[in-house]
Design a protein around this ligand. Structure first.
Ligand code: GPK
Length: 818
């Protein structure tokens, strides 16, 4: 039976009681952190009962499970989320209120588990939320990084990376499970042992070993008693090595094992859409993949004898190519541990693995040097060689005589192991994350593979969870929507369309915009407290928050701000609705241009914000340390959502959907899921500009784009570009932004210039932006547009996405929790 949260009265008593037993303190003496820990345990108590019940149903019903394999789970804070899903948020808030404590301050004590970089990691977290809410049996499988995504400090306009020691104090939502530990082996060599029956045994020797220990985190469903599990793996040395022991033994191996275990799960690689190719990263991949498969198989074999029927109960979804070793490791275990032959093992593997592609950016394609791979994973490498051999034969059989094609598609080529190729060769499903992205995969990036296996390719447009990004992040709007259309949308977002009946009702629009204003005030306060910048909640809040990447074109946005500033300076009487341009973005630590763009934004902010002559018409704010917890408030406060990537480059985007859910109007390109937002909304309620993906792809193919021509034809662009290098925004060092200038024009050398067509789309962006300015001046027109966005957001729930994965790929049954 589902256990509910207790009443406000009882919660109040429990919190006081927990504070006493946990900290030997009267409530009045407790710190905010102690109160947070007490609250966490009050909620955990309910969660754990439901977790137990869910586990019992698992055992009784023996359902098929999806194992969502991901290097990243950007789950964000759990206290608020779990209170909402247990239907106890208001009760806890009221209880704390009775005790004279603000729930926001309590929630603020929780570290933000940042075990991911950006969209890909957050998507994994939204998927877990939807799986539990839809009652599907699922495990998340990932890594317990001791240091997650770095914290960002802005000093003198520059990004500084500060380590995020989120495990410094005990994290109250994890459960160490030593009973599910497994060994993972690296290095060494393979010995061949001929068996009397003529077969060969492969024996892995001379390896270094670590023990993988899982920590289980509860993943709560909304109001259904379902609690799934996210297992994140940590490493420890196989034997605790004692420096004071003089026993004989392999001293140096013991030291190696210990160092291996120490480094393995230490830190998340902070790259988004870009691969660094470090050996430690490959180790991390193998580590969590091997441990997760071992746990999945152990669970299966507890209740089943026939390993050949594994696909009936288990599916591994590979979140990008990072967990592609799942293919070879599953083969290894089936053959070397369970004694299956190649064909039997391949039959099982290819019915158990599916792959999701998240980008067409070539820098993100994982390719490992064969020598590193072979040294680190000698037995796995042998298996990859055999997969490759058979795969190449298959290509030859289908396309006789086309050796070029074999070379292009091979898993092993150019001294590299091409992980995407292996993922596609073995998976029974290959999906993109938005309709346009999947079409580009089929027709361009993965065209060879599509010709070989058209039946494998399918689209699953991304989605987001409305529980976190509306109910938690924007409870005022959430309550308002409940008042207007009831509660159905919480688990069926398509019901938002019922809001259609209010889009012409002025009273409703007034209420709706009053909530937006409240949220803007909340953000303005946050900005004041964290950035010391005063912003006017009555100005337009124009927001671009996402990872800093050249293809996402934050540079286009800030150049446009520079242009607007010039316009206002030149025509002080110009009719311009005061606008606050808000940015938030982390740049990968080694990504020079990205870091320079952050500096540029901050320098532009410093100049414009301090120019009294423009009457506060423009303010520019760079929000430090953009992360899940402040994102929730930022989306809630946005009027305009900037989704301005170069068409074809943003696989889907998910921030775009979070803004839409919170009633912001999008200015964007026809890229990723923006295209589908446009289809849902109609042209009236979204502002589209710039080149189409076909145009971009054609220019790339023909190599016929010259940004200098564009500049020469547009004096606004000329002026803005001059200001990039004339000291306007860097008096002390006019050359500071030269690298950005060069990346756009590159008059010096022959390298490609303006790879992401910033200048090409500039004029179209400016023109379209003027329409936004016009529209905002008409209060009801704007309110209607914003509400239309909420009303048409239904498609973009991750509940819809997950249901499609279940129907088309995973074929799971809902767990019965009665
Ligand atoms: C894609 F390849 C990658 C990556 O390394 N990191 C990452 O966050 C994103 N992504 C895409 O860039 C987004 O367009 C997409 O919405 C998101 O993955 C989830 O699919």
């Amino acid at each position: 039976m589902k256990r509910q949260m207790p009443s406000t009265r009882e919660i109040e008593q429990e919190i006081v009681g927990r504070v006493k037993t946990m900290f030997r303190k009267d409530f009045e003496m407790a710190t905010k952190e102690e109160i947070y820990r007490a609250c966490a345990e009050v909620v955990n108590d309910v969660v754990i009962d439901n977790w137990l019940t869910t586990q019992k149903s698992f055992v009784q019903q023996d359902p098929k499970c999806v194992y969502y394999m991901s290097m990243e789970f950007l789950i964000g804070r759990l206290l608020g989320n779990n209170m909402i899903n247990m239907r106890g948020y208001t009760e806890v808030m009221d209880a704390l209120d009775e005790l004279g404590v603000d729930i926001n301050e309590v929630e603020d004590q929780e570290p933000d588990p940042a075990l991911g970089n950006g969209g890909l990691g957050r998507l994994a977290a939204c998927f877990l939320d939807s799986l539990a809410t839809l009652q599907y049996p699922a495990y998340g499988c990932g890594i317990r990084y001791h240091y997650g995504m770095f914290k960002q400090k802005i000093e003198d306009g520059y990004q500084q990376e500060v380590p995020d020691n989120w495990l410094q104090t005990r994290y109250p939502f994890e459960l160490q499970r030593t009973e599910y530990e497994f060994e993972v082996r690296f290095g060494g060599w393979v010995r061949y042992d001929s068996q009397p029956d003529g077969t060969t045994k492969y024996i892995h020797e001379g390896y270094n070993a670590v023990i993988a220990t899982p920590y289980d985190l509860p993943v709560t469903g909304f109001d259904n008693g379902m609690v799934n599990t996210l297992m994140i793996w940590d490493a420890k040395p196989k034997e605790v090595f004692r420096l004071d022991s003089f026993e004989k033994g392999d001293y140096s191996r013991a030291v190696e094992d210990m160092n291996l275990a120490r480094n393995l799960t230490e830190v998340l690689y902070p790259n988004d859409n870009h691969i660094q190719g470090k050996e430690l990263r490959l180790k991390q991949q193998y580590f969590f993949v091997s441990a997760s498969i071992q746990r999945a198989l152990a669970k299966y074999l507890r209740y089943h004898k026939d390993i050949k029927k594994l696909p009936e109960k288990v599916v591994f979804q590979m979140n990008d190519t990072h967990p592609t070793l799942t293919v070879a490791e599953l083969m290894r275990i089936l053959m070397d541990v369970h004694g299956l032959g190649w064909d039997e093992a391949w039959e099982i593997t290819t019915h158990c693995v599916a792959y999701t592609n998240h980008t067409i950016m070539s820098e993100a394609l994982e390719k490992w040097p064969q020598d590193i791979f072979k040294r680190l994973l000698p037995r796995v490498f042998m298996i990859v060689e055999e997969i490759n051999r058979r795969f190449c034969d298959e290509i030859r059989a289908k396309f006789p005589g086309d050796e070029d094609r074999v070379h292009r598609m091979a898993i092993l080529a150019d001294d590299q192991v091409k992980m995407a190729h292996m993922a596609i060769a073995a998976s029974y499903s290959v999906n993109g994350v938005a309709a346009l992205h999947t079409e580009i995969l089929k027709n361009v990036s993965l065209h060879d593979f599509y010709e070989m296996y058209p039946e494998k390719f399918n689209n699953k447009t991304n989605g987001i969870t409305q529980r976190r990004f509306l109910m938690h992040g924007n409870y005022k709007l959430s309550d308002w929507v409940i008042k207007k259309i009831g509660r159905g949308w919480i688990t069926d977002l398509s019901q938002m369309k019922k809001l259609e009946s209010f889009v012409d009702d002025k009273k409703s629009l007034d209420e709706f915009m009053a909530i937006k204003l409240d949220n803007k005030k909340r953000l303005a306060k946050y900005i004041w407290e964290h950035n010391g910048i005063e912003v006017d909640p009555n100005s337009i809040f124009d927001v671009q928050v996402k990872r800093l990447h050249e293809y996402k074109r934050q540079l286009l946005n800030i150049l446009h701000v520079m242009y607007l500033y010039n316009q206002i300076k030149e025509n002080p009487e110009m009719d311009f609705y005061p606008t606050t341009f808000i940015f938030g973005a982390k740049a990968s630590a080694g990504y020079e241009n990205a870091k320079l763009i952050i500096k540029l934004i901050n320098n532009v902010a410093a100049v414009i914000n301090n120019d009294k002559s423009i009457d506060d018409k423009i303010k520019v704010v760079f929000i430090e340390d953009y992360r899940v917890s402040n994102a929730e408030w930022i989306f809630a406060a946005a009027d305009v959502s900037e989704q301005i990537s170069t068409a074809s480059k943003e696989a889907s985007g998910t921030g775009n959907m979070k803004f839409m859910l919170n009633g912001a109007v999008t200015i964007g390109t026809m890229d990723g899921a923006n295209v589908e937002m446009y289809q849902e909304l109609g042209g009236e309620n979204i502002y589209i500009f710039g080149m189409s993906s076909d145009e971009v792809i054609a220019h790339e193919k023909n190599n016929d784009y010259n940004p200098v021509d564009v500049m020469n034809g547009n004096h606004h662009i000329q002026k803005v570009l001059q200001q990039l290098v004339n000291g306007n925004y860097s008096i002390d060092n006019p050359e500071l932004f030269r690298p950005l200038y060069n990346s756009l024009l590159n008059t010096q050398c022959t390298a490609k210039a303006d790879t992401y067509f910033v200048l090409k789309d500039f004029a179209s962006y400016c023109e379209t932006y003027e329409k936004i300015q016009e529209a905002y001046k008409d209060k009801y027109k704007w309110a209607k547009m914003a509400l239309e966005n909420v009303a048409h957001v239904g498609k973009f729930s991750s509940d819809r996405t997950i249901q499609e994965y279940v129907d088309d790929i995973w074929h799971l049954d809902k767990l019965d929790l009665k």
